[in-house]
Design a protein around this ligand. Structure first.
Ligand code: UGA
Length: 446
C-alpha cells in the first residue's frame, strides 16, 4: 500500500519504519529542520531500542522516503497518518496548530479522495472539526478516522508489530476498509483485537486508557505513603494485589510517579476537556495531585536525612530518563528531584545509560556527569536512584557502599531508592542506609 506519515516524532517514526519494514511504500514527512537533517543522514533523533536499525534498513531498501513537504506523493497516498505533536498549552489544553496546518496542506494538495487517520492524541471532537475543515478546503472527498496510538516508549516496535488492540474510530465503511486491511496482519500475529467504534469514543478511549494507567500508579503510590506511615511494605502489599486476576500485576510499581510526554499531558488535557464540558472529574483531579506530590518524594527523603540546607554536599543521581529504555527527560521525576536538590545548594554527579546527552543540553556546567554508574559515586554522600534501569539493579551493593562511605563527614552512606530497585535488607547488610518508597516495614529503623 502507498502510505504517508506526517510528523516523524516518536509515534510517526515507529509507524513509518514498521510499515515500510512490512513491505509498504511509505513517505515520511518532517518539517523540523534539525530532525529532518538527522533522518536524511540515516540517524534517529531519539533513543528507542531497535528503531535506528529499522529506519536505516527501510531507507536503504527504498521502502521509506523522507521529505519535508506535503507533496503529490503524500496527497495521493492511500492512507495518510497524522502523527504530529499536540503539546500542552499553559492552561493544560492541547495545542492543535500542527494538526490543522497539516490537514489544510493535505486538503489543498488533494486531487483524489483522501483518507486521513489521526494517530496524534487529540481532544474529543477534534477529528470532526478536522474533517469539516479539510472538506471545506479540498476538491476531493476527505474522510478522517480516529486511530489513537498505544505504543509505550522502550517497547514501541513490539507494541506496533503485535498490538494489544488497534482502535479505529469511524462509521464510514469505505474509510475503514483500507485501514482494516493494513492493520489485520499485525493484529493477527499477536493476541490483540481490532476495535471499531465511533470517532468521539475512539478519541476519548485513548485518554481513558492513559487515565487508567495513571490511576493505578497514583493508587499504589498513595498506599506506599501509608506503608511508610504505618510500618508496612508496599512491595508485599503489591504481591497480594497482583495475585488477584481482577486487579492484575501491571502498573503497580510504587516510585516517583508517572512522567514522560504522554501520561501527564493527557491527564491535564482530560481535565481541561472536562471543565470545558462542565463535567467534574474528581478522581482524575486527585490522581494528578497525588502524582504531583510523589515526583519530589526522593528529594523530600534526602532533606529529611540531611536537613534543608544542602550546600557543600555532593550526591550521585542514577537514572534521569522518565522511564528505563528511553532517553526522554520530559516530565521526568528525576529532573524535578535534581532541580530541588540544586535549589538547596547540593552538588550533583549524574549518570544515566541513555539520557546523559539530553541532560548535558539541559544542565550544562551546573552539574557533573559520570560515564559509568559506579564512578558517579566518587565523593558522594548519598545515591539517589530515580529510574529503574535494570542494569543498575545488577550492580553490587557493597561496591556502592564502598564508594559512598564518607567517614570524615560523620554521615552514613545513604541509598535513596526512588524505584524500589534494591532489596532493603541486602542494602543494610552491605552497610548502606536504605530509604525506598513505601518500604516502612522492610527497613524501619534505617
Ligand atoms: C504511555 C502508555 O503506557 C502507552 O500505552 C501510550 O501509548 C503512551 O503513553 C502514549 O500516550 O503515547 P509511555 O509514556 O511510554 O506510554 O510510558 P509508560 O510505560 O506508560 O510509563 C509512564 C510513567 O509511569 C513512567 O514515568 C513510569 O516510570 C511510570 N510508571 C509506570 C510507574 O511509576 N509505575 C508503574 O507501575 C508503571
Amino acid at each position: 500500500m502507498r502510505i504517508a506519515v506526517v510528523g516523524l516524532g516518536y509515534v510517526g517514526l515507529v509507524q513509518a519504519a514498521c510499515l515500510a519494514d512490512a513491505g509498504h511504500r511509505v513517505s515520511g514527512v518532517e518539517s523540523d529542520e534539525a530532525r529532518l537533517r538527522l533522518l536524511l543522514g540515516g540517524e534517529t533523533p531519539f533513543y528507542e531500542p531497535g528503531l535506528s536499525e529499522l529506519v536505516r534498513r527501510a531507507l536503504d531498501r527504498g521502502g521509506l522516503r523522507i521529505t519535508s513537504e506535503i507533496d503529490v506523493a503524500v496527497c495521493q497516498s492511500e492512507v495518510v497518518f497524522l502523527t504530529v505533536g499536540t503539546p500542552p498549552r499553559a492552561d493544560g489544553s492541547s495545542n492543535l496548530d500542527a494538526l490543522f496546518e497539516a490537514g489544510e496542506a493535505l486538503a489543498a494538495g488533494a486531487s483524489s479522495a483522501l483518507l486521513v487517520a489521526v494517530k496524534s492524541t487529540v481532544p474529543v471532537g477534534t477529528c470532526d472539526d478536522l474533517e469539516s475543515a479539510m472538506r471545506r478546503r479540498a476538491d476531493a472527498r476527505v474522510d478522517v478516522v480516529a486511530n489513537p496510538e498505544f505504543l509505550a516508549q522502550g517497547r514501541a516496535i513490539a507494541d506496533f508489530r503485535e498490538p494489544r488492540r488497534v482502535v479505529l474510530g469511524s462509521t464510514s465503511e469505505a474509510a475503514l476498509e483500507p485501514l482494516l486491511a493494513l492493520y489485520r496482519p499485525f493484529v493477527e500475529s499477536g493476541s490483540g483485537r481490532l476495535v471499531v467504534i465511533d470517532r468521539r469514543s475512539a478519541e476519548l478511549a485513548k485518554y481513558a486508557a492513559n487515565g487508567a494507567l495513571a490511576l493505578r500508579v497514583s493508587m499504589i503510590n498513595e498506599y506506599a505513603r501509608l506503608c511508610d506511615a504505618v510500618g508496612a511494605d508496599i512491595e508485599e502489599v503489591r504481591q497480594v494485589l497482583a495475585s488477584d486476576p481482577r486487579i492484575g500485576p501491571h502498573f503497580l510499581e510504587a516510585g516517583l510517579g508517572f512522567g514522560g510526554s504522554c501520561l501527564p499531558k493527557d491527564i491535564t488535557s482530560l481535565l481541561h476537556q472536562a471543565r470545558a464540558a462542565d463535567c467534574e472529574m474528581p478522581l482524575v483531579e486527585a490522581l494528578y495531585a497525588v502524582n504531583q506530590g510523589q515526583r519530589t518524594r526522593l528529594a523530600e527523603l534526602a532533606v529529611e536525612a540531611f536537613g534543608d540546607e544542602l550546600s557543600g554536599r555532593r550526591f550521585a543521581v542514577w537514572g534521569l530518563a522518565f522511564k528505563p529504555g528511553s532517553d526522554d527527560l520530559r516530565e521526568s521525576p528525576a529532573i524535578l528531584t535534581i532541580d530541588e536538590l540544586l535549589r538547596r545548594g547540593a552538588r550533583l554527579t549524574l549518570y544515566d545509560p541513555a539520557a546523559l546527552d539530553n541532560a548535558r543540553a539541559l544542565y550544562g556546567g551546573r552539574v557533573d556527569y559520570a560515564s559509568t554508574a559506579l564512578s558517579a559515586l566518587e565523593g558522594a554522600e548519598a545515591l539517589l536512584l530515580c529510574t529503574a534501569w535494570p542494569e543498575l539493579a545488577q550492580l553490587s551493593l557493597s561496591a556502592i557502599a564502598e564508594r559512598i562511605s564518607t567517614p570524615e563527614r560523620n554521615t552514613p552512606p545513604y541509598l535513596f531508592d526512588g524505584r524500589n530497585l534494591f532489596d532493603p535488607v541486602e542494602a543494610g547488610r552491605a552497610g548502606l542506609v536504605y530509604r525506598g518508597v513505601g518500604r516502612g516495614r522492610a527497613f524501619p529503623s534505617g
